[in-house]
Design a protein around this ligand. Structure first.
Ligand code: ADP
Length: 493
């Protein structure tokens, strides 16, 4: 009987189940939306029970749609939106509050109080003080759940990120665990010692006993019983790290960029953490056996979203795909238009919350097509800014970039990215890299895959882009971009 791996991808807006065959092909996908709750401006919460139920529903639908039996499932991989935090009653398995979503700003005040601890936190966790990470969310929950602190200290309340929550529920309340990649986003996990950190737990007054046990990303977590059949959960990783794994970026210097609404670049930095001076985050990529792999992470707030803006607000294009046509139509012109899409400030490496978007270089003859092309190029320039910092701060030699995400449909973007960075760009056959990464991790644990080399050998690409632009042109264009960013940042009326 052919065996498959079931991957659960729990994202911010939806939960998906994907069935992979041995060749890493996604043969069936089911999906269910998850409703976010916005109690106040900037706050984002979600009903943790709805998340669990959505996972159960997509699994049910997958078995129905793919017409497979539970016996044909080798194992389960879980990947999840990172940092989002759930607190629940250990006995009943009921959440005691909504889950607080990674984007939520409701713990900004708590973070403000810990500014003084910035250096300790960075050295131990590789993170910057920010409401994104779980520690301030756990503090918030302990403060807002009736008798929260006392109940947690008695061991009645426990907490975790979404992976922990799903593992707890899917194993029938038997296993309270997380993987190292998720733990590394909590701000309580010491990425040097690979343990929950006493000093950090004290800083946030989080009783250590409420935290999940931490295991490697490829590990036998527990059993999910489905229609009488026990299926092992054997792979767990946060979404960006799972995508790095799914892109087979197994070696130091391998990197991937996800071109979604925003962009996330991760660089495999090998077996030691590299700490950044420019606001890149240091994170654990995964652990297999005893071997820990670290990564550096850089983010861009507005990636594909600039194309949505052209479509929805500027009404310049009917759909995202039209952006590519515009770019190719304007190729006879030397484009000197720059759009800096700092709609919500600029992330890596500028970390400028107050900057706002700007356009430079317009003339009477500027056409819509050039304008749209400038927006696409802005995505690539922002990536180059992150890439340059990565190069400077590591001893990795980076030659290839593996890409995924919705905006990789745009061939002009990928060629321009290759040109402007001098990188070979590879687009994998299977674009579901996040779910695929969790599946690979799960399959490695059970022996479905014998080694990472075997995974590399079955992994295939649908397109490869090589740099073609002359370096003098690259330098001139990038100088223009840097000037545009500088001018943008000066404009603070
Ligand atoms: P997310 O997971 O962040 O929601 P996706 O990976 O689904 O994002 O990618 C969606 C983004 O990709 C949108 O911002 C959209 O504008 C962009 N996009 C989709 N198709 C294209 C295209 N052909 N050219 C450029 N951008 C595109």
């Amino acid at each position: 009987m052919e065996k498959y791996i079931l991957s659960i991808d729990q994202g911010t807006t939806s939960t998906r189940a994907i069935l992979f065959n041995h060749y890493g092909q996604a043969i069936c996908i089911t999906q269910k939306e998850v409703n976010c709750i916005f109690p106040n401006p900037g706050w984002v919460e979600v009903d943790a029970n709805e998340i669990y139920q959505s996972a159960v529903d997509v699994i049910d639908q997958l078995f129905f749609k793919a017409k497979v039996t539970p016996a044909s499932i080798e194992c389960i991989g879980i990947t999840n939106q990172r940092e989002t935090t759930v607190m629940w009653d250990k006995e009943t398995g009921m959440p005691v509050y909504n889950a607080i979503v990674w984007q939520s700003r409701q713990t900004a005040d708590i973070c403000e109080q810990h500014k003084k601890d910035e250096d300790v936190i960075r050295n131990k966790t590789g993170l910057i003080i920010n409401p994104y990470f779980s520690a301030s969310k756990i503090r918030y929950l302990l403060d807002h759940v009736p008798n929260g602190q006392a109940r947690a200290e008695k061991g009645e309340l426990i907490c975790g990120t979404i992976d922990s929550w799903l593992i707890y529920k899917l194993t029938n309340h038997v296993v309270h665990a997380t993987d190292v990649s998720n733990a590394s986003r909590t701000m309580l996990f010491n990425i040097n010692t690979m343990k929950w950190d006493d000093e950090l737990c004290k800083l946030f007054r989080v009783p250590m006993k409420m935290l999940p046990k931490v295991y490697p990303s490829s590990y036998k977590y527990g059993l999910f019983e489905y229609k009488g059949k026990k299926i092992p959960i054997t792979g767990v990783a946060g979404d960006q790290q799972a995508a790095l794994f799914g892109q087979t970026c197994f070696d130091k210097g391998d990197c991937k960029n996800t071109y979604g609404t925003g962009c996330f670049m991760l660089l495999n930095t090998g077996n030691k953490p590299t700490f950044s001076k420019s606001g890149l985050l240091t994170t654990i990529a995964w652990q297999i056996g005893k071997e820990v792999t670290y990564a550096l992470e850089g983010s861009i707030f507005v990636g594909g979203a600039v194309i949505q803006w052209l479509r929805d607000e500027m009404k310049m294009i009917p759909d995202s795909a039209a952006s590519e046509k515009c770019a190719y139509h304007s190729l006879d012109k030397e484009n000197n238009v720059y759009i800096v899409p700092a709609f919500v400030g600029l992330a890596t490496p500028y970390w400028d919350n107050e900057a706002r978007g700007a356009v430079f270089g317009l003339t009477r003859g500027t056409t819509r097509d050039e304008f749209v092309r400038a927006a696409i190029e802005a995505i690539a320039y922002q990536f180059k800014d992150v890439f340059e910092v990565m190069k400077k701060e590591t001893d990795c030699s980076i030659h290839t970039l593996q890409v995924d995400g919705g905006a990789t449909k745009n061939k002009y973007l990928l060629q321009f990215q290759s040109d402007i960075c001098g990188l070979t760009i590879k687009l994998p056959q299977c674009l579901e890299t996040t779910a695929l990464g969790a599946a690979y991790l799960a399959g490695l644990c059970t022996g479905y895959y014998s080694s990472v080399e075997e995974i590399k050998s079955i992994h295939s690409f649908q397109a490869v882009y090589e740099p073609k632009m002359k370096s003098s042109v690259v330098n001139k264009k990038y100088r223009g971009w840097k000037l545009a960013v500088k001018a943008t940042r000066v404009f603070k009326p």
